[in-house]
Design a protein around this ligand. Structure first.
Ligand code: HEM
Length: 154
């Protein structure tokens, strides 16, 4: 099914409404992930052996921001081009980084759930099943693009 201008607007408009609070939302997003699956924090090298509290960790916020912003960008591309295109060097790097960090389909599923819940809570006045599906479709297509570049690392 085509990714329509309506779907693109559902993602872009909600992202524009919340992006000023992205740092705080990013923290909520990750706390939700770690609440559901505490062991997931062990996947991030910068969270191991550090005395910096989660909420002060700039790398965690940066990762959250990448997920939000790249998912939003995926929506724009899906409407414009019918598929997600990420610069070749970037997508190869993302594939290799996530393969090396042993990120599995279950981790991507967990993040998907936390992402949708975080957006839903941030824009309750805009939220609808259509908005949920537009974010989910954009995220899924972005993850597919990353997974294609995830090769087992020796
Ligand atoms: C690294 C984006 C999903 C765990 C990264 C980086 C980006 C990114 C931009 C930094 C790459 C670099 O500069 O080296 C994304 C996007 C995702 C996604 C767009 C989904 C659409 C996930 C998931 C997990 C995860 C589901 C685990 C729950 C990691 C880890 C690193 C990483 C462990 C390496 C961190 C480090 O070594 O400092 N990701 N990520 N990512 N990501 Fe993701």
């Amino acid at each position: 099914m085509a990714f329509t201008a309506e779907k693109e607007a559902l993602v872009v408009d909600s992202w524009n409404a919340i992006k000023a609070d992205a740092a705080e939302l990013g923290l909520k997003f990750f706390l939700r992930i770690f609440e559901i699956t505490p062991s997931a924090s062990g996947l991030f090298p910068f969270l191991r052996d550090t005395s910096v509290p989660l909420e002060k960790n700039p790398k965690l916020k940066r990762h959250a921001m990448s997920v939000f912003a790249m998912t939003c960008e995926a929506a724009v591309q899906l409407r414009k081009l019918g598929r997600v295109i990420v610069k070749e060097t970037t997508i190869k790097h993302l594939g290799a980084t996530h393969a090396k960090a042993c990120i599995t389909s279950e981790h991507f599923e967990l993040m998907r759930y936390a992402l949708l819940e975080t957006i839903r809570e941030a824009v309750p006045y805009m939220w609808s099943p259509k908005m949920r599906n537009a974010w989910a479709e954009s995220y899924d297509q972005l993850v597919e693009a990353i997974k294609k570049e995830m090769r087992p690392v020796a």
